[in-house]
Ligand binder design. Structure first.
Ligand SMILES: [Zn+2]
Length: 72
């Protein structure tokens, strides 16, 4: 089963072709910056260290892939 923490990904983030936005402050992170911590807007309640939405998405998708019965 996927880590339950990843099941709320779509409530926290908005995905666009080349960026991910915070669903609250709409700050953006471009894909090229995926290995750096997400920077929220100055008043966003979700500000905090260590947020890597691209990496969370990758882990979530990998967990889903691992759950496929035929291993594809
Ligand atoms: Zn935010």
């Amino acid at each position: 089963m996927p880590d339950p923490r990843y099941l709320t990904w779509n409530e926290k983030w908005l995905i666009a072709p080349d960026m991910i936005n915070c669903s609250e402050c709409y700050a953006a992170q471009f894909m090229v910056n995926r290995d750096t911590d997400f920077e929220h807007g100055p008043t966003c309640t979700r500000r905090g260290p260590g947020q890597r939405p691209y990496m969370e998405l990758l882990v979530m998708l990998t967990a889903i892939q691992d759950d496929l019965p035929d291993g594809h």
